[in-house]
Design a binder for this molecule. Structure first.
Ligand SMILES: [Zn+2]
Length: 343
């Protein structure tokens, strides 16, 4: 409970009108006499997970919700498809997670993801000049974007130059909007840092070790990492895990995200992601905070991410003690969205 998610045993959560009315130890928390009681013995109750990197269009939203993820941030999909879904997801009875979105991924003509096999037409937006950078950012925000996503993937094509990238970041920041990026390669990572980008949407995608001096710079500039370790495989994953472990040891902030829609992650709280985060030295409680309180703060989601009075009753129950065993995080047995039990 609380903003730091202090575990409490023998606790109860009182839900009323879709929000949390009270929470705490059974001995000291008053339950209304007419309450409908749901027994959660043996379960760890926690705030619903926020997955900060998905492409929700690849799955029925209900599958994501029923797996314990109650809020998602979609990082690139055609605006005419994603923003109507964002709107629908705000409804009390929507059978899926609450969705926020970036809209299009900003890139250059011929750059990633303009020819990517997974990306429907309109997923990318080619920026052709510095003046066009302002137009591209403004288009996304006018459509409803709460994050701006850029692509810096030098492995498959040209990338945004530093001046254009700087303009994208400056315009996004004028609107108070954070900028996240798909970054492949150490040179592109330097560019992201030089442009004051806020976030990596994946741990560095190339199989390269990030130098300690660069990690120190990422931490000191407040760059957040959304690891998506679940979509790395084999040796590439080991390198990403090592980069993440050193980033965390240096004091870096991690926000949970899987890249659902890519090869690897599955809908809901993702076992491969949880396992890989554990191997990077992220303890079970830190995994939960990265997916709840930390994500809610960074994404400015004021009423989710905590089990506290006044917050949306987005609650997940997992079998076992998830405060000490990461594997328990994926034993989802109970899901409430805004107080409505969906599992
Ligand atoms: Zn993605």
């Amino acid at each position: 409970v609380g903003p730091r998610l202090e575990p409490t045993s023998d606790g109860i959560v009182v839900v009323s009108d879709g929000r949390i009315a009270a929470v705490g130890p059974a001995a000291t928390t008053t339950m209304p006499t007419d309450a409908e009681v749901v027994d959660a013995a043996g379960l760890t109750l926690m705030p619903g997970f926020i997955d900060a990197h998905v492409h929700i269009g690849f799955y029925p939203p209900a599958e994501v919700l029923h797996g314990g993820v109650t809020t998602v941030r979609d990082l690139a999909w055609p605006p005419e498809r994603i923003f109507p879904l964002v709107e629908r997801s705000a409804a009390f009875d929507f059978d899926g997670p609450t969705i926020v979105a970036a809209g299009q991924m900003l890139t250059v003509p011929g750059g990633y993801p303009m020819r990517a096999g997974w990306a429907p037409k309109g997923t990318g937006r080619a920026v052709t000049s510095i003046a066009d950078a302002r137009a591209a950012v403004t288009e996304q925000i006018d459509s409803g974007a709460t994050t701006i996503k850029v692509a810096l993937n030098a492995a498959v094509g040209p990338t945004l130059d530093l001046a254009t990238l700087k303009e994208i970041v400056a315009v996004a920041h004028e609107f108070g909007t954070r900028v996240t990026g798909h970054v492949y390669g150490l040179d592109e990572l330097d560019k992201a840092l030089n442009a004051s980008m806020d976030e990596l949407a994946h741990m560095l995608m190339s199989p390269e070790q990030i130098l300690d001096v660069t990690i120190a710079r990422m931490v000191s500039t407040g760059m957040v990492v959304v690891p998506t370790l679940s979509c790395f495989f084999g040796r590439d994953q080991e390198i990403a895990i090592d980069n993440l472990a050193r980033f965390r040891d240096a004091g870096g902030t991690v926000m949970y995200g899987t890249d659902l829609g890519n090869e690897g992650p599955v809908p809901g709280i993702d076992p491969r992601e949880v396992d890989a985060l554990s191997r990077a030295g992220v303890g079970p409680l830190d995994i939960v905070t990265s997916a709840t309180t930390v994500a809610a703060r960074l994404l400015r989601l004021d009423d989710v991410g905590q089990l506290e009075p006044g917050f949306h009753a987005d609650i997940v129950g997992v079998r076992g003690d998830a405060t000490t065993q990461a594997a328990a995080l994926t034993n989802v047995e109970m899901v409430l969205r805004r107080g409505r039990r969906v599992r």
